[in-house]
Write a protein that binds this ligand. Structure first.
Ligand SMILES: [Zn+2]
Length: 172
């Protein structure tokens, strides 16, 4: 009789314990799902922003990408410090990050090779203008030249003629 009461009590506390663990587990899983969902939404949002950024200055594009890398790093750190079984998610985040870094790398390369930044100091293009020049014997021949102006003051025509200097490279 006594042993039966004790085991009933034990059974009740075991059921109580299991229920508590299960509830805790559910809360944790829901929290993880919410975090992963949030990450997915954020990545989709960033992809959209990157698509929009194609029309914007190389500066904004590069800084948006480095922001994204920072956010991804923060998220990875957080997921890791959570200590839960998020290995798969972390791995896919890390793969994604590597991909973004590769994209940023090739983008930086592209920007450097393009005329979007000053070839001397790397400052961004501030604007372009077209000027018509006249030549020939009677000044009757005309040609349009494209001039790139950079934020550092550097200005160059499309025939390679330097029209004003880069203030960061006064000596060159
Ligand atoms: Zn410059």
């Amino acid at each position: 009789m006594t042993t039966e009461i004790i085991s009933m009590g034990q059974a009740a506390s075991i059921i109580g314990f299991v229920t508590a663990v299960f509830v805790l587990y559910r809360i944790l899983v829901q929290k993880k799902d919410a975090v992963i969902q949030l990450l997915k939404e954020r990545i989709a949002e960033k992809d959209e922003q990157i698509a929009q950024l194609k029309d914007r200055s190389p500066d904004a594009l590069a800084s948006a990408l480095s922001d994204r890398i920072k956010i991804s790093l923060d998220e990875i750190t957080r997921l890791k410090s959570d200590g839960a079984n998020q290995d798969k998610q972390i791995e896919s985040k890390e793969n994604e990050l590597a991909e973004i870094q590769a994209r940023l790398g090739s983008l930086s390369e592209l920007i450097r090779e393009s005329d979007l930044v000053c070839p001397k100091c790397g400052n961004p293009l501030s604007g372009r203008q077209v000027e018509t020049i006249y030549g020939g014997r009677d000044g009757e021949q005309e040609a349009d030249i494209l001039i790139n102006n950079y934020e550092c003051g550097y200005s160059v025509a499309d025939d390679g003629k330097e029209l004003s200097r880069c203030r960061h490279h006064e000596l060159t």
